[in-house]
Ligand binder design. Structure first.
Ligand code: PMP
Length: 362
């Protein structure tokens, strides 16, 4: 059988493994920060109707500029954004890949702040961009001083900050984003994949866009919107920044079916987001339950928790799988990550954790 070693693979890809959390079929799946609630019936019917209309013209290429979708995304985000400031692709993964294709590349450097979303170095590697890991403050926080010091040390072409951060749930203050923007002459990407789970009065980096043409704020419909399977991520930035992404996208990258489905979901945004408050409640219940068992839980502004104090994360992860509960082992010493879902998923997770945590062990 042919193996990778037999193929003339690009030298910098040799020895690398493909990204991917295990996709196991177990009753309680809390490993990739999805919204575990299904799309409401009424919205489903409307989306199906819109897809049926799109099928009438599916013999033709879709609107390459996804004009209606950009309008709908600008309307959803608010903050005075106009469609020319919006970009979308098949998940924010593809949006971020476009950013790296346009602004990274050989001779260029990404500054990222682990522990953070593990795809960032991957976009860098596949676009030939060098990666430098920046330092965080205590408790995974990022102060303006630390970020500015790291930018000054590295001189990056791309700085990416997940706000709130994955896998820690840590918020990032707008003072940090402002200071980072002023310190870099590269592009600054604020990844707000989990923005809808932030406290309601917490400001978004979208408010910082005016007058900052090197800043981009990415979002996704995969998390709060319960639309991970539809693959729709997006970004807001200066129109010139968006023009740069047009240079690297493949023609017609967003299918007519995807555009129709996303338009349907956005037309019912409040209904699609109706589970967000409940998910926050479940997240906080999980945190209390884990703390009662003796684990330390990082404060989270997202739909997941990173908990610490696990003697053997790999073994606990496997024991949870054996009990039908799938969470995430990100190889952070002593820690595991769990997504918040429904009340019964919280019950199942906490019951399994209680059974697997020896009494008096902590
Ligand atoms: N950014 C962050 C911080 C994420 O956690 C994820 C998904 N886990 C993504 C981006 C990518 O999500 P998607 O491609 O589904 O939009």
């Amino acid at each position: 059988m042919t193996s990778l070693a037999d193929l003339p693979l690009r030298a910098d890809l040799v020895g690398r493994t493909a990204y991917g959390a295990p996709q196991l079929h177990v009753p309680v799946t809390l490993n990739v920060n999805e919204n575990t609630h299904p799309v409401p019936e009424d919205v489903r019917a409307d989306i199906l109707q819109r897809i049926a209309v799109a099928l009438d013209e599916v013999n033709r290429y879709p609107d390459r500029e996804f004009t209606a979708l950009r309008e709908a995304l600008a309307g959803y985000l608010g903050h005075g954004l106009v469609p020319d400031q919006l970009w979308a692709a098949n998940g924010s993964n593809e949006v971020l890949q476009h950013v790296f294709q346009a602004f990274g590349g050989p001779g260029r450097t990404l500054l990222t702040f682990p522990p953070t979303y593990s795809m960032y170095p991957n976009y860098a590697t596949t676009s030939g961009t060098a990666v430098v890991d920046g330092r965080r403050d205590d408790d995974f926080r990022l102060s303006p001083e630390t970020l500015v010091a790291e930018i000054t040390r590295v001189g990056p072409d791309i700085v990416i900050v997940a706000a709130p951060n994955n896998p820690t749930g840590t918020p990032v203050g707008l003072d940090t984003i402002r200071a980072a923007y002023d310190a870099t002459d590269g592009v600054l990407i604020v990844d707000e994949a989990y923005a809808e789970f932030m406290p309601k009065d917490a400001p978004s980096a979208l408010t910082l866009l005016p007058g900052r043409p090197r800043l981009a704020v990415s979002r996704t419909m995969s998390k709060a919107f319960a639309f991970a399977g539809a693959r729709l991520g997006y970004l807001a930035a200066d129109p010139a920044f968006v023009d740069a992404l047009r240079l690297v996208r493949l023609p017609y990258h967003l299918s007519a079916i995807t555009q129709a489905a996303a338009l349907g979901a956005l037309a019912h945004a409040p209904l699609m987001l109706r589970t967000v408050d409940e998910i926050r409640v479940q997240r906080d219940r999980m945190a209390e339950g884990l703390e009662a068992l003796g684990y330390r839980v990082a404060p989270s502004w997202t739909n997941f928790l990173l908990f610490d104090g696990v003697d053997d994360p790999k073994a606990l992860w496997q024991s949870l799988v054996d009990r039908g509960v799938l969470i995430r082992d990100l190889a952070i010493p002593g820690s595991l990550r769990v997504s918040a879902g429904t009340a019964s998923e919280t019950d199942a997770f906490l019951a399994a954790m209680a059974a697997l945590t020896p009494v008096g062990a902590r």
